[in-house]
Design a protein around this ligand. Structure first.
Ligand code: HEM
Length: 508
């Protein structure tokens, strides 16, 4: 059976090669394409460059081919943009033309074939979903309403570390505890719900499914199915696992949605106060469903987008920041001095304080510069043929802005490989996180930029601030530093090995 399949695939491959070569000859006549390595039929540049096209590999290729270059990966065109000027062109000036998302076999599954917002093509559906999600999740009112919760979650983590004797001696891992904190932060906004601890069975199940989804979606293992569609039958096993995990996650989301529906149904105080935003985010989403603006699937995938967009990015960034502070005690000391000076001794940082702490903000900016959570943003796509920098960009090309390279290119930054937050108080003091300078766009910019920035920054400031106020964060005994080797996936950047750090209580 498998041999028959292989035989058919090879025949189809030969046929596709001939057709592709003919088409590419025709195309070359018509299009002035960005330069790049010379592609071979069928595989294009895939065998030359491999499929681990992470931010560092692409930065190397940019040095060779320039600020815009094209890779032909099987049947897919990948255009990589590596200068602030071209990033501006893609994200802002031609934001509509390049404002869609590429399709992918795996993301089609995890987005319910475009039922969500993050992976939706640019158009009416995306506009509607983004509008509906904005009031309950992405405004400063949400920050006002929930910052007290985020402060409580940070305080609870600080207390947990105090109770654990290993935290102040041999050191403890932080990843799962940060995941718990972020699940609580986001589930309080969505459902007014918290998990009781790392061993709460609901948290264990949800966390496990969210991690599995992230691993499957960010893996490089399925690329060939996107690059050369006739290879897709070989991906059947992988795609079945994706479907299974997706279904299980949706069932968990359904549980929370139904629980909230029951509360609403039994409540005498019917529904929400829009201006005051006193009710959890899901109420607003369910109201949009009742009005017929969105359907049940959209509701489920909104919950999915908040899980993926909100939890993993902030958790991973906090994980990087803690590791960098352990490795840079002088930076940590300076941060403690700022917190001790600006806040009255003993007072714990709250959201309004975060605006008065420039060094804390600089530490966060530097973490997001050097260890950008989404170094290539989320891939963009042009639905129609387009022009960029004088080149023709064929319709449905995948456009990756190498935001990490923009923020780490030595041509634009002093000693970019160093973790040096002071740069944001000195030579880069004008640079803000909201994208006022196209060399620094960790949240993207323009139509598809991150709407979660409004909550991500205060959560980041409060959590990191509380840890540093209460503890000296140290490398464990017998170790010279935390290993900060990177692991880059499809478009995410994680720390490779979960690490341990010591939290030595400070006398406040
Ligand atoms: C999109 C970064 C936190 C929700 C994005 C994009 C980036 C990004 C780079 C893609 C921009 C583009 O394609 O041009 C980050 C970083 C975060 C963070 C670095 C934290 C450190 C959050 C949070 C949420 C969130 C807390 C809350 C739910 C989203 C959504 C999108 C998005 C829904 C898709 C927007 C669209 O396609 O229209 N984020 N994000 N993010 N982010 Fe975030």
């Amino acid at each position: 059976m498998d041999l028959l399949l292989l035989e058919k695939a090879l025949l189809a491959l030969f046929f596709a090669a001939t057709v592709a070569a003919a088409i590419s000859r025709l195309c070359r006549k018509r299009f002035k394409l960005p330069i790049g390595p010379i592609p071979v039929p069928v595989f294009g540049n895939w065998l030359q460059v491999g499929d681990n096209l992470n931010h560092r590999v692409l930065a190397k290729l940019a040095k060779k081919y320039g600020d815009i270059f094209m890779l032909r990966m099987g049947q897919r065109n990948l255009v990589i943009v590596s200068s602030p000027e071209l990033a501006k062109e893609v994200l802002k000036t031609q934001g509509v033309e390049f404002g869609s998302r590429t399709r992918s076999v795996v993301f089609d599954i995890f987005s319910g074939e475009g039922q969500d917002m993050t992976f939706a093509v640019y158009g009416d559906h995306w506009r509607k979903m983004r509008r509906i999600m904005t009031v309950p999740f992405f405004t400063s009112k949400v920050v006002q309403q929930y910052s007290r919760c985020w402060e409580e979650e940070a305080a609870s983590m600080v207390e947990d570390f105090k109770k654990n004797p290993q935290a102040s001696t041999s050191g403890i891992g932080v990843r799962i505890r940060l995941q718990l904190l972020m699940h609580n932060n986001m589930y309080r906004i969505m459902f007014d719900k918290t998990f009781e601890g790392e061993s709460d069975p609901l948290f264990v199940n949800l966390h496990d499914l969210n991690i599995k989804r992230a691993v499957l979606a960010h893996s490089l293992a399925y690329n060939y199915g996107d690059f050369i569609p006739i290879f897709r039958p070989f991906l059947r096993g992988y795609l079945n696992i994706c479907k299974e995990i997706n279904e299980k996650r949706l069932q968990v989301f359904d549980f929370f949605i139904q629980e909230r529906k029951n509360v609403i149904a039994s409540s005498t105080n019917k529904r929400r106060d829009h201006q005051g935003l006193r009710f959890p985010g899901i109420d607003h989403i369910l109201e949009a469903q009742e009005k017929g603006e969105i359907n049940e699937e959209n509701v489920r995938y909104i919950v999915e987008n908040v899980n993926i967009g909100g939890i993993d990015t902030v958790t991973r960034s906090l994980e990087w920041a803690i590791a960098e502070l352990a490795n840079h005690p002088k930076v940590q000391k300076k941060l403690q001095v700022e917190l001790d000076t600006v806040l009255e001794r003993g007072l714990q940082i709250t959201e309004p304080d975060t605006h008065k702490l420039p060094y804390l903000q600089a530490v966060i900016k530097e973490t997001l510069r050097l260890r950008m959570a989404l170094p290539l943003l989320v891939p963009h796509m042009n639905i129609n043929d387009a022009k960029l920098d004088g080149y023709d960009i064929p319709a449905e090309s995948r456009i990756s802005v190498n935001a990490w390279w923009l923020a780490n290119n030595p041509a634009h930054w002093k000693d970019p490989e160093q973790f040096r937050p002071d740069r944001f108080l000195e030579e880069e003091s004008h640079v803000q996180v909201n994208g006022n300078d196209f060399r620094y766009i960790p949240f993207g910019l323009g139509r598809r930029s991150c709407p979660g920035i409004v909550m991500a920054l205060p959560m980041f400031c409060i959590t990191l601030g509380r840890l540093v106020q209460n503890y000296d964060i140290l490398v464990p005994p017998g170790q010279s530093e935390i290993d900060t080797t990177e692991r880059a996936g499809q478009f995410s950047l994680h720390i490779l090995k979960p690490y341990k750090v010591v939290f030595k209580p400070r006398s406040i």
